[in-house]
Design a protein around this ligand. Structure first.
Ligand SMILES: CC(C)(COP(=O)(O)OP(=O)(O)OC[C@H]1O[C@@H](n2cnc3c(N)ncnc32)[C@H](O)[C@@H]1OP(=O)(O)O)[C@@H](O)C(=O)NCCC(=O)NCCS
Length: 189
């Protein structure tokens, strides 16, 4: 199995590297960034250990999350990171997640990155279904997924005790056939 490398017009998606530490720490230590996510803010040491745990990971190990760096091609600095997991029981199903540093948000980076990841997963990795679960209050994430064309499939009300409160979640998904239909209709326009 290989390490993932995906290039878009502005970004490279690739394994995290030791020299990402400072950029990674800057946003992973920010409570605004972790507010709706399943992890807490991280210390410099935790960031260093986490990056070290990811640098050698390869794409395609069922059941294992791999966190990738999202790099600005212009200056090789990290703009954020994203994660992909193939389902342990059926590796044709994938789960994804994404974080963009606040200083880089609302510039279209997440949409550019996730669109390229979906192209890779559906067109080159045999994936048939991609899911993401988001906190129902996470407007930026909801807008991102809907702008890419993910379908809201589920609403789980107060189903998770999370950072001191009961949180509700949406499950979003994209099927390969839906992605193909979107690609066909956008190529006609
Ligand atoms: C969710 C997140 C990844 C979006 O990243 P981003 O790079 O700012 O998103 P983009 O610039 O690509 O925007 C994509 C779409 O979402 C919309 N959007 C993004 N942030 C928004 C916000 N705060 N409010 C309203 N809409 C927003 C954009 O307008 C755009 O819509 P359009 O394509 O219809 O114009 C980013 O806000 C983030 O990292 N948040 C913290 C971490 C997090 O919660 N991640 C999700 C965990 S499941």
């Amino acid at each position: 199995m290989n390490q993932l490398n995906i290039e878009t017009s502005r970004l490279n998606v690739r394994n995290l590297r030791d020299d990402d530490l400072w950029d990674f720490y800057l946003y992973r230590s920010d409570p605004q960034v972790t507010k709706y996510q399943g992890f807490e803010i991280m210390s410099m040491q935790e960031c260093e250990d986490f990056i070290a745990s990811q640098t050698e990971r390869t794409f395609g190990v069922a059941g294992e999350w791999v966190q990738y760096g999202i790099e600005d091609k212009n200056n090789t600095r990290l703009v954020g990171d994203c994660a992909i997991k193939l389902d342990l029981h059926d590796a044709r199903i994938s789960e994804i997640g994404i974080t963009i540093a606040p200083v880089n948000q609302q510039r279209g980076y997440a949409k550019e990155c996730l669109s390229a990841i979906l192209t890779f997963l559906f067109d080159h990795a045999g994936i048939l279904r991609v899911v993401e679960t988001v906190d129902a209050d996470n407007l930026a994430s909801v807008k991102l997924l809907e702008s890419i064309g993910f379908k809201k499939e589920g609403y789980f009300i107060e189903n998770i005790f999370f950072k001191g409160r009961w949180g509700s979640e949406y499950q979003y998904a994209m099927l390969k056939r839906e992605w193909d239909a979107r690609s066909r209709s956008s190529s006609k326009n």
